[in-house]
Ligand binder design. Structure first.
Ligand code: UTP
Length: 300
């Protein structure tokens, strides 16, 4: 891809109400919940930065202060750790503030993911950009964004990340209707449905929380009416692009089929299993956690 069309900007919507985690999310966004000792959102920012997205825009809502403070310096804490010569903790505390150029836009009321993305319009301007859902961890080593950028370089337009899921789970996702391309992991997306009944789902390909979007999406979102749940759905706006109902210069929509790891921390069971899995992988506590888990399971 030429540098002129390199994707530089990442938009991370973090303005949802997080109702599934109340009361924990009364005063803090759910994206700030820790996976062992690091908030979910830091993994997501690290993934964006690893893919070369050095400009990160958070779309925040109420209770944004914890998030802003996390990605800022904290003089008092840093001075204390410096005085103790605790360099490891000092670097852990400074790290988030040094990751990327961080910007903020405000979503006045949580009117849906599509509306949150629209709040990024002024910052993104006329560039193709990435959207990363702040409650979904996809380990950086899987390089899904890099792979999506390669699909963009070949096909232009917009690129979604798709995963095959069992039919009883389809109603939790946007689901894509697709046509094959000459690459078996890449499909053309010709239609999308948000959270379909399994019987009505056009395929088993669910849309995951990583998107590479043509800026035409903003113009579409401006006229997108509230859909499922009374919210302005990003899926409904991408559907317009996929169906070719918008200006052809916005390009087509392609999907990269991904079968690697992802961790949905946006619902309670997914959050708990993510914490346990990440704890078992830790060099410091992993073997103790596994030993405890084995004992615990035997006692069930
Ligand atoms: P979710 O639907 O999972 O988040 O949105 P939620 O609405 O906060 O969760 P519940 O259902 O109340 O528990 C996916 C992502 O989109 C963001 C959320 O913060 C989350 O990261 N989002 C959602 C917004 O930024 N604004 C919105 O209006 C809706």
């Amino acid at each position: 891809m030429s540098s002129a069309c390199r994707v530089r900007k990442a938009v991370l919507p973090v303005a949802g109400m997080g109702t599934r985690f109340l009361p924990a999310t009364k005063a803090t966004p759910k994206e700030m919940l820790p996976i062992v000792d690091k908030p979910v959102i830091q993994y997501v920012v690290e993934e964006a930065v690893a893919a070369g997205l050095d400009d990160v825009l958070f779309v925040t809502g109420r209770a944004k202060r914890a998030l802003e403070d996390h990605f800022d310096y904290n003089g008092e804490l840093e001075n204390m750790l410096e005085a103790r010569n605790d360099l490891e903790k000092l670097s852990a505390v400074r790290g988030p503030a040094q990751l990327a150029q961080i910007h903020y836009a405000r979503q006045g009321s949580p009117s849906g993911l599509g509306h949150a993305v629209l709040c990024a319009k002024a910052h993104v301007g006329d560039e193709t950009f990435a959207v990363l859902l702040g409650d979904e961890i996809i380990p950086s080593e899987n390089q899904v964004l890099d792979k999506m950028f390669k699909v963009l370089a070949k096909h232009g337009g917009s690129v979604l990340l798709l995963k095959r899921v069992p039919s009883d789970e389809l109603s939790r996702y946007g689901v894509a209707s697709v046509k094959p391309t000459d690459d078996e992991n890449v499909v053309e997306v010709i239609d999308l449905v948000e959270k379909p009944d399994p019987a009505q789902a056009p395929s088993d390909l669910a849309v995951l929380g990583r998107y590479v979007l043509n800026p035409a999406i903003f113009e579409i979102l401006e006229t997108t009416k509230p859909g499922k749940g009374g919210e302005i759905q990003l899926t409904d706006a991408i559907q317009v692009l996929a169906r070719g109902e918008f200006n052809a210069s916005a390009g087509k929509v392609h999907g990269l089929i991904y079968d690697g790891e992802r961790f949905d921390t946006g619902e309670i069971l997914g959050y708990i299993t993510t914490v346990i899995e990440f704890a078992t992988r830790r060099a410091d506590i992993g073997s103790d956690v596994k030993a405890w888990l084995q004992k615990f399971v035997q006692g069930l």
